[in-house]
Design a protein around this ligand. Structure first.
Ligand code: ADP
Ligand code: MG
Length: 366
């Protein structure tokens, strides 16, 4: 039920983004009427997958690869996403796969031998914890589970919706230390040392997998591809005519065809975290899905936050972490990072951005 709802709400945004990516291409990349139209670009090819990460994934080729080559490349991406989806799943186990669900079940017990890719991912998650000073913490599972359960219950029976008690949240928070995750890189084993602790990679998994897919395509020399994995957009190189891809950042709380701004992207990742993505309502108050470790309640500083940076994993980690920091700290962290551009949208509609963000913004046509 909730998976379906998420899929639906996610789809609206993602389809819109995809539509824009496509229309940007077919309309000659949004050139204004006064400019000489570009030569017609090749028709883009696209594939869509519904089975990974509880969301919708797209692979596009704007480079004019042959149908066979595109089929081959999209099949490789699909297989990679499937494998990461299985490794990162916290709700289901799969034959012959030790995944996060298995690790969570084994919490407090023995170390388990895992796929090297899971070790690499968890090491990266730890790095992101350090970079964000704990704002993005994959060990927040015990706290996130309480919110998740309330959201599920609210979807089933909205009339009796409730939120977790402060007491329950505080008790769960006692089991979220990053040191509870033990990784033996040499042995390729992982152990969660506290039986009450658990991993949740909702903030990082999709972006990380998107980056691995981009890496795979890049290693084969692909350019002119775009991945959109549940809103984690990753542009591989540029379009053959050098005009990049135009995408729109949704204006929170407004209609889906009203945009905060449009961005022109090349060879980079772009991801938006918003309060409108996944939430439930109790007594008229909305509770969204990004949890501030300091309050253990949904972060209240912004309604939407967009990251543009080359690495999609970093973009995903930051989209959650910067959301949980008050303006000065959020801005200071963003500006301290090379090649990271950010757009913050505040609850009153005010927009602020990093110094390099304006260069990405596509001016509205006259
Ligand atoms: P999206 O749903 O678009 O992927 P995010 O990247 O912001 O949005 O990730 C939100 C998800 O991350 C939540 O559903 C939850 O599973 C997890 N999460 C929420 N808050 C945190 C946090 N502070 N640290 C780590 N994970 C979080
Ligand atoms: Mg994120």
């Amino acid at each position: 039920m909730s998976a379906l709802r998420h899929l639906k709400s996610g789809t609206a945004i993602i389809l819109l983004l995809s539509m824009l990516l496509l229309s940007a291409c077919s309309s000659g990349a949004a050139v204004s009427a006064a400019e000489t139209p570009e030569p017609q670009a090749v028709e883009p090819k696209g594939k869509v997958y519904y089975t990974y990460f509880d969301t919708v994934s797209y692979v596009y080729d704007y480079a004019g690869d042959s149908a066979e080559r595109f089929d081959e490349r999209s099949a490789e991406v699909s297989l990679l996403l499937k494998e990461y989806h299985q490794l990162f799943d916290i709700y289901h186990e799969y034959a012959d796969v030790v995944n996060l669900c298995t690790l969570n079940k084994a919490a407090g017990g023995e170390a388990l031998q895992v796929d090297r890719r899971l070790v690499d991912f968890l090491l990266y998650a730890r790095e992101m914890y350090a970079l964000t000073e704990g704002e993005m913490n994959v060990m927040l599972g015990s706290v996130l589970r309480l919110w998740h359960e309330c959201r599920e219950a609210a979807e089933t029976d909205p009339a009796s919706a409730s939120i977790p008690t402060e007491e329950a949240l505080r008790a769960a928070y006692a089991h979220t230390g990053i040191e509870l995750l033990e990784i033996d890189e040499a042995e390729c084993t992982v152990r969660i040392t506290d039986p009450e602790a658990s991993i949740d990679v909702g903030a990082l998994g999709k972006g990380y997998a998107t980056e691995r897919a981009a890496e795979l395509l890049e290693s084969e020399g692909a350019v002119g591809y775009v991945l959109n994995i549940g809103g984690n957009i990753r542009c591989i190189g540029d379009r053959p005519d050098g005009s990049g891809w135009v995408t729109a950042i949704r204006s929170p709380e407004r209609s889906a065809d009203d945009f905060a701004c449009r961005l022109r992207l090349r060879d980079t990742a772009c991801v938006t975290s918003g309060v409108y993505e996944r939430y439930f309502t109790v007594a008229g108050q909305r509770y969204h899905h990004i949890i501030d470790k300091d309050t253990l309640y949904p972060a209240a500083y912004y309604v939407s936050l967009t990251i543009v940076t080359r690495d999609s994993g970093l973009a995903d980690a930051l989209s959650t972490a910067l959301f949980c920091l008050p303006w000065e700290e959020s801005a200071a962290l963003a500006e301290s990072l090379e090649g990271v551009e950010v757009l913050w949208i505040f609850p009153d509609g005010e927009q602020r951005s990093t110094s390099g963000f304006a260069a990405l913004v596509e001016e509205a046509e006259a």
